[in-house]
Design a protein around this ligand. Structure first.
Ligand SMILES: [Zn+2]
Ligand SMILES: [Zn+2]
Length: 210
């Protein structure tokens, strides 16, 4: 079992990314509860999602109700929303016979084993909930490769721990600031980390940027 980090923890079938509950590595700002401007990030929209500071990487911090409300059938288990990085499917907050699923019936990673519309033989799956935090998924039930999964295409070789230490920021702050786009938006990342673009670029491996 591994804690989910800031940044992408899964991908929705809509193409949006799935994040955990939090806006900071200390897990003190819950996007759905602390619905205020934090680090210049506009807060969640009517679909319980928003972008990173740099306007990219649209992601959900709650059930994407604009989609699930129209897809879910009354009296039935939620339709699959997406897949977490460990490969297990993610659903809204409706269980068997459409009963509302709350955190107290789920395990510590907000999952359980049950049958779903897509997996009639039963499967471990996560539920996003709406009653209280965690609304999203705070830990992975399965195995994940944290560094490579956060690096994006071609980014698997990036040593976030060493880079964060060199820049004097936490690894989670760095991963969150860089986002998952390749190449990262260095201006936005440097601003959110409170360091200069030159320092950030100098610390990044590979050929010099432009
Ligand atoms: Zn967010
Ligand atoms: Zn279920």
């Amino acid at each position: 079992m591994t804690d989910t980090s800031l940044g992408r923890i899964g991908v929705a079938l809509s193409g949006a990314q799935i994040f955990n509950d939090y806006e900071n590595p200390e897990r003190s700002v819950v996007a759905m509860d602390d619905n205020v401007i934090h680090d210049h990030v506009p807060f969640v929209d009517e679909c319980n999602g928003h972008t990173l500071v740099n306007g990219t990487n649209y992601h959900y911090h709650g059930i994407p109700v604009c989609i699930s409300d129209s897809l879910d059938q009354s009296g039935e288990h939620s339709i699959m929303i997406g897949v977490l990085e460990d490969g297990f499917p993610v659903y809204g907050n409706k269980g068997q016979a459409g009963a509302i699923v709350t955190d107290d019936v789920l395990d510590e990673c907000s999952g359980h084993v049950d049958v779903t519309p897509e997996f009639p033989d039963g499967i471990y799956h996560y539920h996003l909930t709406a009653d209280e935090a965690p609304y999203m998924i705070d830990c992975y039930h399965g195995e994940v490769e944290i560094v490579s999964s956060q690096g994006g295409p071609g980014g698997g070789g990036l040593d976030f721990a060493a880079l964060a230490e060199e820049l004097g920021v936490s690894q989670n702050e760095l991963i969150d600031a860089l986002g998952t786009s390749m190449p990262p938006n260095f201006e936005a990342a440097a601003e959110s980390l409170g360091i200069s673009v030159e320092d950030l670029r100098a610390a990044m491996p590979g050929p010099p940027q432009q």
